[in-house]
Ligand binder design. Structure first.
Ligand SMILES: [Zn+2]
Length: 151
């Protein structure tokens, strides 16, 4: 198990069903296995880990945000962690929340990820072939570099 921090952007969207403004959170963890304390916007759209991959993150968010829990997504046909409308309890699709974020970014709005949840997980966030992955392989002694010294 590793201890990690997921960064959370909290905003409000108009519920697709009742049209009232309801709070939603979008959370992710950086694409590495470190306990990162400071948010870095370059992680957005760069293999960030979401609750879809990391169930432990969804559970940590569930503990913090009363409108966030696991539920049946009819569009995805499976159980997913998602935001639910505070007024009519409808599931706000993760894609819909993500699209709202992308729209804001496109319009030049700086997205604040000023909330977070710390939790433990066994999900490896390092992408095969990424610089982090290369570093790890080197450390483990898989390097092809003839000058590599195994310490
Ligand atoms: Zn609603």
């Amino acid at each position: 198990m590793i201890k990690v921090r997921a960064f959370v952007h909290r905003t409000k969207i108009s519920c697709w069903k009742c049209y009232k403004d309801t709070p939603v959170v979008y959370a992710f963890r950086p694409p590495n296995n470190k306990f990162e304390k400071e948010f870095d916007s370059k992680w957005i759209g760069a293999y960030e880990v979401t609750p879809d991959q990391d169930l432990a993150m969804g559970l940590a968010l569930e503990n913090k945000y009363p409108w966030y829990r696991i539920g049946r997504s009819s569009t995805m046909g499976m159980d997913v962690h998602a935001n639910f409308c505070l007024f009519c309890d409808s599931l706000q699709g993760n894609w819909y929340v993500w699209k709202d974020l992308l729209n804001k970014r496109t319009n030049g709005i700086i997205l604040e990820f000023d909330e977070y949840v710390d939790y433990e997980t066994d999900i490896d966030a390092i992408i095969e072939g990424s610089p982090e992955d290369e570093k790890r392989k080197t450390k483990m002694g898989y390097s092809d570099d003839p000058n590599f010294i195994d310490t």
